[in-house]
Design a protein around this ligand. Structure first.
Ligand SMILES: Cc1cc2nc3c(=O)[nH]c(=O)nc-3n(C[C@H](O)[C@H](O)[C@H](O)COP(=O)(O)OP(=O)(O)OC[C@H]3O[C@@H](n4cnc5c(N)ncnc54)[C@H](O)[C@@H]3O)c2cc1C
Length: 395
């Protein structure tokens, strides 16, 4: 694709910024339109596996990433009451040696900042805030991004990176109604200084129990402990990261769980508990028109049970850049991107849902049988982590 190609991106989340950075680095003319009035991210921890870390390293972000990350030793799936280990997935050295890049935990706002700095270094005027996309039009030559304040911005290609409630996806495939899973995610962080010394090893502890599970890991060089608690709860249907809920309800949700979980919950700031209802959306196969395409959560929103939503968005960024580099024609480029991403992302979305069932069984015997049948360590090594978006053959 001609490097003068003007590429419009709606949304400056992790996916939109990773895409902007990859495309600017490749020499394209990129403009990003973000609805918020300032660049930033909310939320807490994010896990990044080798496929995403390789893309970030390729952007020259190795040192910046290393400075704010934690390298966990392993995933440890534990029984909710006794803490007995049900299954282990080695990370750290094993992950790095097998897949060519580290497994990292990073605070979302740190990762967002690192990506934003890169985008602004490569394209100082490329990000436009207060710019809410409402839809687009296109003709044979151009795509026009429509903004809520009446502006219509002209480009050659439009990329919808506007997240789970994407206006661009709604226009391409029609409104995809969220399918409430009946599960909510609590999220909070704990200042490690408040916890007993050497509280937990540097691992990802996934506590599995009846109708709920909790994921615990360190952030910011071990200064913070990240807690996510996924609970079956039919009543709460607010799909927003920014809505707080009552600490006592969190405490009640995990009543009877292991002392380690009680210590974590007891040390969470009582007015800093957030709760988000988790919706599923059936994977869609058509992500594009002739001039516009969606990526990241706008294309393949997923439940977080394989910690791969942002990873997929960052993989998308690299494959999209390579598809544009490989083709002269916009339709062929967008088609190549879609063709090479639909199956992998669809598999991750489907398997993430299945993981939710495995984590919420009733008792020790069921968990032992469930983990006995599903060797997560082997499966993830074989296909999830071994993918390299920078070198995988594009068909
Ligand atoms: C509890 C939980 C834990 C998770 N843990 C992990 C993990 O460990 N690892 C992992 O890889 N993933 C994880 N994820 C998933 C990950 O957070 C998402 O997949 C990722 O943030 C998607 O990035 P995105 O850029 O596509 O969308 P978003 O992050 O939603 O960004 C969309 C951006 O577009 C902007 N926007 C929205 N609408 C418009 C509009 N109309 N016009 C202009 N701008 C707009 C938004 O303001 C935002 O900046 C988790 C998710 C949850 C819920």
């Amino acid at each position: 694709m001609d490097k003068n190609t003007k590429i419009l991106i709606a949304g400056a989340g992790l996916g939109g910024l990773a895409t902007a950075a990859c495309l600017l680095q490749a020499g394209y003319d990129v403009e990003v339109y973000e609805q918020a009035s300032k660049l930033g991210e909310i939320g807490a921890g994010i896990q990044l596996s080798a496929p995403a870390v390789k893309v970030l390293h390729n952007l020259g972000l190795e040192n910046a990433l290393k400075a704010v990350s934690v390298k966990p030793q392993a995933f440890e799936f534990r029984l909710y009451n006794t803490g007995e280990v049900l299954h282990k997935v080695p990370l750290a050295k094993t992950h790095e040696e097998s897949h060519g890049a580290p497994y990292y935990h990073v605070h979302r706002s740190d990762l967002h900042q690192i990506l934003a700095n890169k985008v602004l270094e490569l394209g100082p005027n490329s990000v436009h805030l207060n710019s809410e996309a409402t839809g687009f039009t296109e003709n044979n030559q151009n795509a026009f991004l429509h903004l809520a304040d009446g502006r219509k911005v002209k480009g050659d290609i439009l990329i919808g990176a506007d997240g789970i409630k994407s206006a661009i996806r709604d226009q391409i495939v029609g409104f995809t109604p969220p399918d409430f899973t009946g599960q909510v995610a609590w999220r909070a962080t704990v200042d490690v200084k408040k916890l007993p010394a050497n509280f937990m090893e540097k691992i990802v502890a996934i506590w599995c129990g009846p109708k709920k599970h909790a994921v615990v890991y360190y952030l910011r060089s071990g200064e913070l402990l990240n807690f996510v608690g996924c609970v079956e709860n039919e009543k709460w249907q607010n799909e927003s990261w920014t809505v707080k809920a009552d600490w006592q309800e969190l405490k009640d949700d995990f009543a009877g769980w292991n002392d380690e979980i009680q210590t974590i919950i007891d040390n969470i700031d009582k007015d800093q508990c957030y709760r988000w209802s988790m919706n599923n959306r059936v994977p869609i196969k058509n992500w594009r028109t002739n001039k516009a395409v969606v990526m990241g959560d706008a294309a393949h929103p997923t439940l977080p049970y394989m910690a791969s939503g942002a990873v997929m968005a960052i993989e998308d960024a690299a494959v999209l850049m390579r598809s544009l580099n490989t083709n002269e024609d916009v339709i062929e480029a967008l088609d190549m991107f879609q063709r090479n991403r639909v199956d992998r992302t669809g598999r991750i979305v489907t398997e993430s849902t299945e993981h939710g069932d495995l984590y919420h069984l009733s008792n020790k015997e069921e968990f032992e049988a469930g983990f006995g049948k599903k060797n997560i360590a082997k499966e993830r090594a074989e296909w999830l982590y071994s993918y390299d978006p920078l070198t995988v053959e594009l068909i």
